[in-house]
Design a protein around this ligand. Sequence first.
Ligand code: ARG
Length: 660
Amino acid sequence: MRVLSLIRSRFAPVLAAWIDDPTALLAALDRIVPSREVQHADYQANVAMPLQKKLGKPPLAIAEEIVSQVDLSDICSSVTIAGQGYVNLRLSPKWIAACLTEAFADLERLAVTKVAVPKTVVIDFSSPNVAKPMHVGHIRSTVIGDSIAKILKFLGHNVITDNHLGDWGTQFGMIIYGYKHFRDDDAFAKAPVAELSRLYRMVQNIIGYQNALGNIPKLELALPKAEQKVALAKQKSDASPKDKKLAKEVANAENQVREAHDELVKAKESVAESQHNPAFLAVANAHPDLNSRVLRETSKLHEGDAENIKLWEDFLPNCKAEIHSVYRRLNVQFDYEYGESYYHDLLPGVVEDLLARSLAVQSDGAICLFLDGYEAPMIVRKQDGAYLYATTDIATAVFREREFEPDVSLYVVDHRQSEHFQKLFDVLRKIGINHTELNHVCFGTVLGNDGKPFKTRSGTVVGLESLLDEAVERAWQVVCNPDRLNSSGVEFTEQAKRTIAETVGIGAIKYADLSHNRTSNYIFDMDKMVQLEGNTAAYIQYSYARTRSILRKAESEGTTSDQLNSAMLDLVAGPELTLGLQLLRFEDMLTQSMCDYLPNMVTEYLFETARMFSSFYEQCPVLKAESPETVLSRLRLTDLTGLTLKKGLELLGIGTVERM
Ligand code: ARG
């Protein structure tokens, strides 16, 4: 049910007497809002203030005129004026009940309408670089992208999902080099992906060491220079202590010293650590300038070298099988999985086109685009002829335009790639992609308890599979522990318990991720996320199971489904009304959550709904209510609460169980 647009449609004809485009005025997100002062109103309309200038009257007088004309009699039990001219609306309990009743006739959609004009939305999400082990950072894109896809689809849009796998980049040069020089055949035969991961890490460590070694002299030179800069800036600033710009220069210069110093310390530490490991040193010294060797393997692959192509064709299915097992576990599917390699043959054409349009130019042998507002150019072909991530992204966008004709194109990718996407969108506009809303749906970093990017004790980024296992194990301890289950009086089979732990554990990880505003970093706290209390998946899942258990109890006491289905919803008591109003807002909440693609608005809603259900259940007896009609009405409200919680979780990609 779209409450907001219905209310807007009632104000529109009244405002039309004064302004040409009342719909635009009413569409502003802060025009008609759920009231924060619930004791006075359910909704508040700020429609008089914006007309003050135009009508040359005080808002109070305008509000009075509006209230005398607006026809909300069927929807509202009262329409009053508050403060300087706000219009306060109290919805009629009968109307709320009638709207909610509609949901029972449409269990699939709970009476959520489909948008009148569906948009074609392409969502690029998850998109890991295969051949590297997946890690906790990949959860964010996968889980956020999947929920946005589900919500938009549910609202009636035509959604196309594409997992833009990194299946063609330098990481393949790394594993090809590693495979040719360092492989353990037995290990590869037994567990190819584990061996490839080992090779990847080994090559990466050697490159890291060699880079650090090469950087130390440069950093040692840079540090005193940076310190000199600070001294100079300080001198100037001391001479004019009030000059804010100079003070800022000092701060900047000091920052640079700190950074150079930290980098130097890090490089020295990493070199010292490696030098304690003679076996590692021997290998590193036997493969000097490994970075260039790896790049050479990558270029050979891209040039079609038979041996490297053969290795790539051997490796890729194994790598894909590995990530698909994670997707199966997370229950995430994609419509397409073209991946970067798919666009390889289109890349020369992209560069030629950019040159022909005079958007790109030769610079030091590379082909670059110098874009307004950015220091660094976008490079689309390197000196050695190699194409880049950006080139592939341009080819991909052009392909998607042709293939899908999207109205909206979303890229659910780490915030660290913001500049890449700003530049990309800039270029796409220049080559004529003007009608598609291009949006980098960015997200922050997953942090450990120490506030640094989440890592295990051994210092490596956590493998995703083991993380999921751990969440399921913790969920088992919290939800399936014998004390808790024995006190619930229900017998659970082993299989049922395993299903509960899996549903709660995987749900916990997804929910924790989604419940933070995607743009901020969040602390990955396994203990917190599996709890049964608080803003967690388990709390919502438990609330759902509770609604089911109440309905089962009613059934066992003789309530038939016929009785329930024909019962009238009658919202009388405060907590009933609060809960009913909340359920009525489901569709508006979903719509609003997609204005900025924020699934955390859905988790907030579900958490609030579960809490309202809890107060309702505490304050309003259901099975022991005063009359049989009230019993049935409250059972229906319980039922609809459960259905809404379940649907909400489903749209976040989170499952439910009937008992827990
Ligand atoms: N593979 C990239 C990474 O792991 C993300 C790709 C995102 N999508 C895109 N079209 N650039 O960083």
